[in-house]
Design a protein around this ligand. Structure first.
Ligand SMILES: *Cc1c(COP(=O)(O)O)cnc(C)c1O
Length: 384
């Protein structure tokens, strides 16, 4: 069998321009390659200004930011965390590591975010956290979620891995709940290879977050307040990225607006040109919201069946176009069955997991690339 040469990959990581220059500066001029150096400070200030959070702390991943959140929420064995099943493993794992029990509820068929109307039925005396995941950077219904959390005294921890610079009614994602977690993994929009950030929106958690992130020591206060020594004061781990990583990330931050503008332009072309297929009832497209800024992180189509999704993906592959699907719902995954439980039927989750197909979308995509993808999808539905 001749292997198809993939001409339009699913993703090409965005490179701004000064990444290597800043890395050279971190190494040669700043002489600071450990964490919390000058570039880390620049990145944190950038996040605090752009996302209006009280404090931003760079981490080595979004997973790490979620793990710190679980410690800040003081998750104890048996505590329950209400979350969607349609998400990445880290959303659940960060809490399972503390002995927490993910309680999976279904998603909305329009935004693919956890269905806020199902949250209260899942609340028990052990519930500690509501964990909204802003899928594709489209916001969850945060006003409703905040109201439920207030009435039941729960933490709201946002998984904003897809949602850098997206907003909900003018409020940046990640800065609405108690804590928010960002990802700068290579597969995301603004990247540093591996990378993430914890956003803290309430002053009272900042000091403990710094301690947990610094191996459970009070090193940050030691530096800031000039204490005579620092020591082990709490649980914690090593969650800091090297300043080399922060240098790379800062170059991306400087160019993020142009990167997002390009992604959104591609997203708009997909949307406009595929809309006729949606009008004919052949596919479904992402939900547009006028009250929210989006970052064009993910564009997907929802096919009529699992069979159709498989056929469409292989039709695109024959044309040299790589399209991916995700997620295996956590409640049906091997670990999810052991460590979590469900509330309700999760039928929307299962259907979306079977029928969603993500299209290539990256900064360096040309107009011709986009037209090739659209043309192939049109052809697929024409011959059917
Ligand atoms: C990518 C992703 C994560 C994990 O991000 P890392 O930075 O790789 O740890 C968590 N949640 C969601 C929804 C993601 O897409």
């Amino acid at each position: 069998m001749v292997k198809n040469k993939i001409e339009i990959p699913f993703n090409k990581p965005y490179i701004a321009d000064k990444e290597l220059i800043y890395i050279a500066r971190a190494v040669m001029e700043n002489n600071h390659t450990a964490g919390d150096g000058p570039f880390t400070k620049k990145c944190q200030t950038w996040l605090e200004e752009k996302l209006h959070c009280r404090k931003a702390l760079l981490t080595h991943s979004c997973t790490a930011a979620l793990e710190i959140s679980a410690m800040l929420a003081d998750i104890q064995p048996g505590d329950e965390i209400i979350m969607p099943s349609y998400t990445f493993a880290s959303t659940a794992n960060a809490f399972v590591l503390r002995g927490g029990m993910p309680v999976f509820i279904d998603i909305r068929p329009d935004t693919l975010n956890l269905d806020e109307a199902l949250i209260e039925a899942a609340v028990t005396p052990r519930t500690r956290v509501i964990l909204p995941v802003h899928y594709a950077g489209i916001p969850c219904e945060m006003d409703v979620i905040a109201d439920i959390a207030r009435r039941h005294q729960l933490f709201v921890i946002e998984d904003a891995a897809h949602g850098i610079l997206c907003s909900y009614k003018g409020r940046p994602l990640g800065s609405i709940g108690h804590f928010g977690a960002c990802s700068f993994h290579e597969t995301k929009s603004m990247i540093s290879g591996e990378g993430g950030a914890l956003l803290i929106n309430d002053e009272k958690y900042v000091e403990r977050a710094e301690i947990i992130r610094e191996k459970g020591t009070n090193r940050s206060q030691f530096i800031r307040k000039g204490l005579s020594q620092y020591t082990w004061v709490d649980v914690g781990s090593s969650y800091l990225p090297s300043d080399i990583i922060a240098a790379f990330l800062y170059a991306q931050m400087e160019n993020v607006d142009q990167m997002i503008a390009r992604r959104n332009a591609i997203y708009d072309v997909y949307w406009k040109q595929l809309e006729p297929l949606e009008e004919k009832g052949l596919i479904r497209l992402p939900t547009q919201r006028d009250d929210c800024f989006r970052n064009g992180h993910i564009f997907y189509v929802i096919t009529g069946s699992l069979r159709e999704r498989i056929d469409l993906a292989s039709f695109l592959k024959d044309r040299g176009i790589s399209a991916f699907f995700h997620y295996v719902p956590l409640h049906s995954s091997p670990a999810g069955k052991v460590y979590g439980r469900t509330c309700g039927t999760l039928e929307v989750t299962t259907a979306i997991s079977n029928c969603l197909l993500r299209l290539p979308l990256y900064y360096a995509m040309t107009e011709e690339d986009v037209q090739a993808v659209v043309g192939a999808i049109m052809d697929f539905y024409r011959v059917r």
